[in-house]
Design a protein around this ligand. Structure first.
Ligand SMILES: Nc1ncnc2[nH]cnc12
Ligand SMILES: [Zn+2]
Length: 330
């Protein structure tokens, strides 16, 4: 199975580029940019990654992102991730970035976008990896703040395919951002949102009915509501699930209890993704392997998961079909 997972072409649809900051690069950039870290060495960084909830992770994740200052830092971060994609046969990526995490610290929107997109362009040319960029609004901040970010993004619209919603979920429902998502859709952005990761299934309904999402990020709490699961199946609204993340952040107790395979067998369009791989102990292949090990999926189901990653992507129908047919030959 490990060999099959490695060989299959895959797309990654739920990946926060700030969440690919490995401790080694965090340390190097901190020294280069003269940023104080609350850790003396790489071992101390790694041992801080013992999360009890989404918020306990986010506190450390935002502190880590403080080392990203220059365009070249964003380039190096993104390029390192793309090299891992190449090694794992990930051929298409749809990457999130959190503009507010950086603009709040005085880093220009342009610095962030230029650094990331230069790496994405190089990856297309040199590694054959295609990509789209999605900017996420931080839901713990205000609606006004999100509107300001939407405005800032407009000069870079040709580089950004869509908008998302992430950060602290409970207490910040999709309804808080209904108007800014409506404005984003009017500008032509595609729409995704984190929902039902920690918060209940009503957040998923809101993401569908109020934000009009193209897909749901996480969405694992859909299973609380049979009508919602039926709706996801009927409309084939994709869920971008991140198994290792869910266990690390205690959204799911143990991998053996994860519902991804149950949802897959019911006909939900689920995909496997890594979320913040530098923090959660694995990139995409390690997520597939963890699911195989604990949930006894068979070869055909693995292939379906890989096919789903293309089906749920923003690629053209022709490209989707090409990858789906290629996977069928394995
Ligand atoms: N898993 C996650 N949930 C919400 N916001 C995030 N930002 C980065 N990773 C996230
Ligand atoms: Zn996420």
């Amino acid at each position: 199975m490990k060999e099959l997972i490695q060989k299959l072409p895959k797309a990654e649809l739920h990946l926060h580029i700030e969440g690919t900051l490995e401790p080694e690069l965090m340390f190097t950039l901190a020294q280069k940019n003269n940023i104080a870290l609350p850790y003396q060495n790489i071992e101390e960084i790694k041992s801080a990654y013992n999360f009890t909830s989404l918020q306990s992770f986010l506190d450390i994740y935002y502190a880590g992102a403080n080392v990203l200052i220059n365009e070249s830092d964003f380039f190096d971060l993104t390029w390192a991730y793309l090299l891992t994609c190449k090694a794992q046969n990930v051929v298409h990526v749809e990457i999130f970035f959190d503009p507010q995490t950086h603009t709040k610290r005085g880093i220009a929107f342009k610095t962030v976008v230029d650094g990331i997109t230069k790496a994405l362009t190089k990856a297309e040319e040199e590694l054959g990896i295609s990509s789209f960029l999605i900017m996420s609004f931080l839901r713990h901040l205000s609606e006004a703040d999100a509107f300001e970010t939407l405005e800032q993004s407009l000069p870079f619209k040709d580089k950004i395919i869509g908008v998302g919603l992430d950060s602290s979920e409970v207490g910040h429902p999709p309804s808080k951002f209904e108007r800014v998502f409506e404005a984003s859709a009017k500008k032509g952005y595609k729409i995704v949102a984190h929902a039902g990761e920690e918060a209940d299934s009503s957040y998923i309904w809101e993401a569908i009915n109020l934000l009009h999402v193209n897909r749901i990020d996480h969405g694992i709490r859909c299973e609380e509501d049979v009508k919602l699961v039926d709706f996801l199946i009927e409309k084939q609204i994709p869920l971008t699930i991140c198994p290792l993340s869910n266990v690390k952040l205690k959204a799911v107790k143990r991998m053996q209890e994860h519902n991804i395979v149950k949802l897959l067998r019911q006909g939900v369009l689920v995909t496997i993704n890594s979320d913040d791989p530098a923090y959660f102990g694995g990139y995409i292949n390690e997520n597939y392997e963890a699911v195989v090990k604990s949930l006894h999926v068979n070869k055909e189901e693995i292939k379906t998961l890989a096919k789903n990653s293309f089906k749920a992507s923003f690629l053209s129908e022709v490209k989707k079909q090409f990858f789906i047919e290629t996977i069928s030959t394995y």
